[in-house]
Design a protein around this ligand. Structure first.
Ligand SMILES: [Zn+2]
Length: 622
């Protein structure tokens, strides 16, 4: 227990500060960023998600929303956290390739870390070449904490830790009124729950001072057995209870303005794992289990808003609701891939996880090894699959020529050796023959390669400290006959362990880039439909503005403050554009639909015409 007098002084100063800022309407106030992981913009209705729909309809409806591409959680978590695009933060995927082995406390090391993990985040931060901050910019939550706000981040492991990695360190308990809770909280070698909160949590929420496991909702099934029919409601309720019954009352008591990031794992986790559609494209992620997960996230938002009302905080608190990315139903089909020989979920000739690494090894005639199994040699036999779908290609697996990182709806290829340009051209030539590919982006120094566009075209070239991938491979998508709008019926090839019919994201289809976004509160207009493009980096920039902070430098790819949505804000000009690569020998060209506000680019969709949902082919004028 800390001295009460200290708490009192701190609280009193905070109270004075809050009073002072209330005098200036534009000054800092309370902000909640509510992230509904993987919530598609088009799925929200009064029936499916009434609390989300209410925020959207009574507050601001960001009707032209954009996830960062590639459309994965951690790249978008970094955008929310810093207000920067991926080219600056360097978070190119949920898994990335590191230039040297990352030493972990367990004694193990990895060069292909899955970064939705506090231990991994701490270890990367400790690498000397990143100078204590691999994102290259201080996060808003850390800045708010230093500026005297009460802060909290709670919910999904990984994106929560990224909001303020200082709070992952053992000395974190020294920060008054700054809290972090994720899947590991209260567990052995997980985030500690401050002792003073143990009894409070038990008394106020009736729950243990330990985050419950995801339980049945985490069961993804297998090729022999469908996945879960349960949403992540037990765990979701714990985070909701701690936010509404412990933290918000405490912050009000402390009299400090606060900034809270609440990250609901649903609907993402359940949409990935659901068992509604074993092996089949329909209903895919539109089945009852996925809809229960949408409602689960919606319930958390409803309870948060109700707690704000009860505590008298509604009039001083802005809420931004945003999803990190959209979602698609998985397809595992290919007529061209030599790896499409697997039987899974009652179907033959399916693509296995790791198909891209396997196909490339074969095409380039290079040995393939698994970086997640001690660099054991792998093959295209059913028993030879790599553990995570990643592959290192070359005679010396510890100094590979090609590295394939399997992330899901798009994969990353790294070329660590010197002869990169010729190799990149060879890889592109092969990928252009495959029906599962739709759009290729190559690192700018390679110069124009027919059929591809440069990474700078999609905001992937900036001030990043992390190793730049050489090629982004976007996977093909199409719309099934699911009885909803085409982007809600998107079926996308994914390099994943999950089965056909389950859910994934990561592609550059509009199904994956169209994340749900809405906002409500004293700073926002009421009943306003914002038709201008908005992005998750803009959410970061806008939160900075609401808190009276400036987003940190660390590159020039920063989001914009969504002024048109703020009280008194004027409309912004924007334009829709299309970029087309020089055609490859067979005629394939990567097409990019984007919108622009000033020099800022919003990625709508990209790929080969006819192979990406929501992609508008260039007109004759192009
Ligand atoms: Zn996901």
């Amino acid at each position: 227990m800390r001295p009460l007098i200290f708490l009192f002084c701190f609280g009193f100063l905070g109270f004075l500060a809050a009073q002072a800022t209330r005098a200036h309407a534009a000054g800092p106030r309370n902000v909640i960023l509510f992230v509904a992981d993987g919530l598609r913009s088009g799925i929200v209705s009064l029936e499916t998600a009434p609390a989300m729909a209410e925020v959207r309809d009574k507050g601001v409806d960001f009707a032209n929303p954009h996830s960062m591409v590639p459309t994965f959680t951690m790249p978008n978590a970094a955008a929310f956290a810093t207000g920067h695009h991926i080219g600056d933060t360097g978070v190119f995927g949920n898994t990335m390739y590191l230039p040297a082995p990352l030493q972990l406390p367990s004694g193990l090391s990895t060069r292909t870390p899955f970064i939705e993990n506090d231990t991994i985040l701490r270890a990367i931060q400790a690498e000397p070449q990143y100078h204590g901050n691999f994102l290259n910019a201080e996060t808003l939550l850390a800045m708010a904490r230093r500026a005297g706000f009460a802060t909290a981040a709670l919910g999904k492991l990984g994106p929560v830790g990224l909001q303020d990695t200082t709070l992952l360190e053992p000395q974190a308990e020294l920060y008054e009124e700054s809290f972090m809770f994720d899947d590991s909280s209260g567990k052995k070698s997980g985030l500690p729950i401050p002792k003073e909160l143990h009894e409070v949590i038990k008394t106020l929420t009736g729950q243990a001072a330990q985050v419950p496991d995801r339980g049945e909702s985490a069961r993804g099934g297998s090729c022999q057995q469908p996945g879960t029919l349960t949403a992540n409601d037990v765990q979701g309720q714990w985070f909701t209870d701690v936010a509404t019954k412990v933290l918000l009352p405490r912050f009000r008591e402390a009299g400090k303005p606060f900034f809270m990031v609440f990250w609901s794992r649903d609907p993402d986790g359940t949409q990935h794992n659901h068992g509604d559609s074993f092996g089949a494209h329909v209903p895919g992620i539109n089945g009852p289990t996925s809809l229960k997960a949408v409602r689960n996230a919606d319930d958390s938002l409803r309870e948060l808003r109700s707690a704000l009302r009860v505590l008298g905080l509604e009039a001083s608190t802005d809420i931004i609701v945003a999803a990190d990315h959209g979602f698609s139903t998985i397809s595992k089909q290919s007529r061209t891939s030599p790896s499409a020989v697997f039987r899974c979920a009652d179907h033959d000739h399916m693509l296995p996880q790791g198909f891209l690494a396997m196909d490339l090894a074969r095409a380039l005639d290079l040995p393939l090894a698994d970086p997640d199994s001690g660099y054991a040699a792998t093959s295209s036999s059913p028993n030879g699959l790599s553990r995570q779908g990643h592959g290192v290609l070359g005679k010396d697996p510890r100094n590979p020529e090609v590295v394939v990182i399997a992330n899901g709806g798009s994969d990353l290829i790294y070329l660590p050796t010197a002869s990169r340009r010729a190799l990149a051209r060879k890889i592109v030539a092969f990928l252009l023959t495959q029906d599962y590919v739709s759009g290729l982006f190559v690192d700018d120094p390679f110069g124009p390669i027919p059929g591809t566009l440069p990474m700078s075209a999609i905001n992937l070239k900036g001030g990043a400290q992390m190793t730049q991938p050489a090629i982004l491979v976007n996977f093909a998508s199409s719309s099934s006959d699911c009885g909803r709008a085409p982007i809600l019926c998107a079926v996308t090839v994914a390099d994943t362990a999950m089965q056909q019919g389950q859910g994934q994201h990561g592609s550059l289809s509009r199904a994956d880039t169209a994340n749900f976004m809405a906002a409500i509160g004293p700073s926002f207009k009421s009943g306003f439909r914002d038709l201008a493009p908005s992005s998750n980096a803009d959410v970061g920039a806008t939160i900075a503005q609401l808190l009276g902070l400036s987003i940190d430098k660390g590159g020039r790819l920063t989001g914009r403050v969504l002024r048109e949505a703020l009280v008194g804000g004027e409309a912004v000009k924007f334009a829709s554009k299309t970029m087309v690569s020089p055609p490859a020998a067979g005629g394939l060209a990567t097409v990019l639909n984007y919108q622009q506000v000033g020099s800022l680019r919003y990625i709508d969709a990209a790929g080969f015409p006819g192979r990406t949902v929501g992609l508008t082919p260039p007109t004759a004028a192009h």
